[in-house]
Every structure is written in structure tokens, then in C-alpha cells.
Design a protein around this ligand. Structure first.
Ligand code: ADP
Ligand code: MG
Length: 320
């Protein structure tokens, strides 16, 4: 006997009360949430659609993790501290093992960040997952896209290109010489830079999370700030697999235009270089200086010998 919608909610999304600011969680018409005085509520929603954002048959526990991770990544890029989430699920059927694994992946990542699931919705249809995440940030600290100025330094957490490489591997278009499993973790279980974003917001003037490729996402910062930038591509950290791919193909599109990496790219005033590098040395994922903001419009990606790398795509776009 398939479970009803209400039984599904009770079984897989029943309240785990972890936060005193949740006055009323799952189970009523609305959640009632208490926001802290002096902080802004940072809100972001993302949808993952089967066949567009994830492959059919993907491990449901990984999907539960990733659905929350991508929204936490947006909070991180604002410097916000995660607090609550709502979850809208559209499913072709009430597959109990699938739901059990999905909700476990979601709940495990939520508990790492002290986040509480406070509501949601379940409907029947082609599989898709929407997560709205809510967090807190002092409004004057929030890292907006429009805050970068010429002369500032561009920093990046972690490394780029692994998620794109994993996708090539899963599509059978390139086999990473170091194996698929390492990079596959980065595609299917991205680790949002939550603590890093909250720490960087004391120093950064602008930030974005790299979800659609560095060139496209840094491009948003440049346009919003009315500036340009030079990126020294050889200063972008690459895993051994991505580094091999770039060396073999001479193609920089994985690190520059590959999506789904969920690293943070921030701009920092030059006079705070020592401070930000000291801070970055405490990050497990690392923090690298990859370029400089200037006043010439657009993004220029430069090799060590001064040649510019041609950017072949502006990142993933749904409607073109
Ligand atoms: P309504 O008809 O008022 O929208 P629902 O029957 O959709 O109510 O949901 C009942 C309760 O269960 C609500 O509190 C809702 O937030 C919660 N809920 C529904 N689906 C989910 C889900 N996937 N995750 C968490 N909570 C959920
Ligand atoms: Mg509903």
C-alpha cells in the first residue's frame, strides 16, 4: 500500500526541533519563526530538476544533500548564518526507500549547520526538488555583488572544475585518469563554504558563489559593480584530475566555465591582503588569490606568458 501524502510527511519530514527560534515548525499551515533583532533575514530558493540539474537514477541520499547544499551556498555567498529551510518535492511516485535516503541526505547536512526544516510541500509529477534556505546576516555585513572597486584583489575558496569533470565522466566523454569517484563526490555532494562565507564577510567588499562557472559568476559581480577584472588562470587551484585535463586538452573551460563547483569568489581591498590571507590559511578548503579588479570593462583571463584565454561560453543558461 503506497503511503498517503500526510503519512509521507510524518514519516520522512517530521519535525526534529533543534532551534528555539522555531516557534512552530512542520505540521500547521505556516511555520512561525522568530528573527533575531538587528539581523536581516537572507532568503534564497533553488530548484533542481531531473534531467536538467541531476541525472535520472542519481543516488537519492546525495540528491538530498545537494538540494540543501546549493541553497546553503547562496547563503554563504551573502555571509549569512543558516537557520531554516523549506522543501518542495515533486515526485513521480511515493517510493519509500528513495524518500528515506533523500531525507537522510538532507537531514545530515542540515544538522551539520544547525538548520531546521520548518515546512514544505509534496506534489506528484516529474521529479524536482526546491529548497528555500533562510539565514541571518547583519545587513551592513552582507556581501552584495555590487561592492567591488578597481585595485581590489579577487580570492577563491577551494578549487574549480571537478564537478564539470565528473559530469564529462558520467556522460562517458572523458575518463579522469585519477578515477571518477573523487570528482564525482564534488558533483554529487558539494560542500557549501558556510563558515568561510561568514568569516570572509568581515573583509570582503563583494562575493558570489560559483555555481554556473567562474567566468559567468564573476561576470555578474563585475557588471553589478561597474568594474572589470584580470584573472591569472594559472593561479586557480585545480585538482590533479582537472589539471591533467587542462594539460592534455589545452582547454580551460572546465575551471573557467564548468558549473556546480559551489566555491566562493570574493573581492577584498588590497590593504587587507595580509589579513585575508591569514584568515584563508585557517580554511580547510584553502583560499587563493586569483586576480585583480580594474576599471577596464569585462573579464580577461590571462596565462603566465600574458596570452589571454578565449572564453567559449558564458556559463549555463536555461533559456538560450
Ligand atoms: P497545506 O495544504 O496547508 O499546504 P500540506 O498538507 O501541504 O499543508 O503540509 C502539511 C504540513 O507539512 C505543513 O506544515 C507543511 O509545511 C509540511 N510539509 C509538507 N511537505 C513537506 C516536506 N516535503 N518537508 C517538510 N515539511 C513538509
Ligand atoms: Mg501544501
Amino acid at each position: 500500500m503506497p503511503l498517503s501524502e500526510f503519512e509521507l510527511i510524518r514519516k520522512y519530514f517530521s519535525p526534529v526541533a533543534v532551534r528555539p527560534d522555531v516557534l512552530l515548525g512542520v505540521g500547521d499551515d505556516c511555520a512561525l519563526l522568530a528573527t533575531p533583532a538587528g539581523q536581516a533575514l537572507a532568503v534564497s530558493i533553488d530548484t533542481l530538476v531531473e534531467g536538467v540539474h541531476f541525472l535520472a537514477g542519481v543516488d537519492p541520499e546525495s540528491l538530498g544533500h545537494k538540494a540543501l547544499a546549493v541553497s546553503l551556498s547562496d547563503l554563504s555567498a551573502m555571509g549569512a548564518q543558516p537557520a531554516w529551510a523549506t522543501l518542495a518535492l515533486t515526485l513521480p511516485d511515493a517510493d519509500a526507500p528513495w524518500l528515506e535516503a533523500f531525507s537522510r541526505g538532507f537531514a545530515n547536512l542540515a544538522s551539520v549547520h544547525g538548520l531546521e526544516l520548518v515546512g514544505g510541500d509534496i506534489t506528484r509529477g516529474p521529479r524536482s526538488v526546491s529548497v528555500q534556505a533562510h539565514g541571518f546576516v547583519k545587513p551592513e555585513r552582507a556581501m552584495r555583488r555590487g561592492g567591488a572597486s578597481p585595485g581590489e584583489l579577487v580570492y577563491l575558496t577551494g578549487s574549480l572544475g571537478d564537478a564539470g569533470l565528473a559530469l564529462l565522466g558520467l556522460q562517458g566523454r572523458y575518463l579522469p585518469p585519477q578515477g571518477l569517484s573523487l570528482v564525482r563526490q564534488r558533483l554529487e555532494r558539494p560542500w557549501p563554504r558556510v563558515a568561510e562565507g561568514q568569516a570572509l564577510c568581515r573583509l570582503a567588499t563583494a562575493a558570489i558563489d560559483v555555481s554556473d562557472g567562474l567566468a559567468a559568476d564573476l561576470g555578474h559581480v563585475l557588471r553589478a559593480s561597474g568594474v572589470g577584472a584580470v584573472i591569472d588562470v594559472e593561479d586557480i587551484p585545480l585538482s590533479p584530475s582537472v589539471s591533467t585535463h587542462v594539460a592534455e586538452t589545452g582547454d580551460w573551460s572546465l575551471p573557467l566555465s564548468g558549473g556546480d563547483d559551489y566555491e566562493l569568489c570574493v573581492t577584498v581591498p588590497a590593504e587587507r591582503q595580509a589579513e585575508v590571507e591569514q584568515l584563508g590559511s585557517t580554511f580547510d578548503c584553502g583560499l587563493s588569490r586569483i586576480g585583480t579588479i580594474d576599471s577596464e570593462s569585462g573579464l580577461r583571463c590571462r596565462m603566465g606568458d600574458g596570452r589571454l584565454v578565449e572564453l567559449n561560453s558564458g556559463g549555463f543558461e536555461h533559456f538560450v
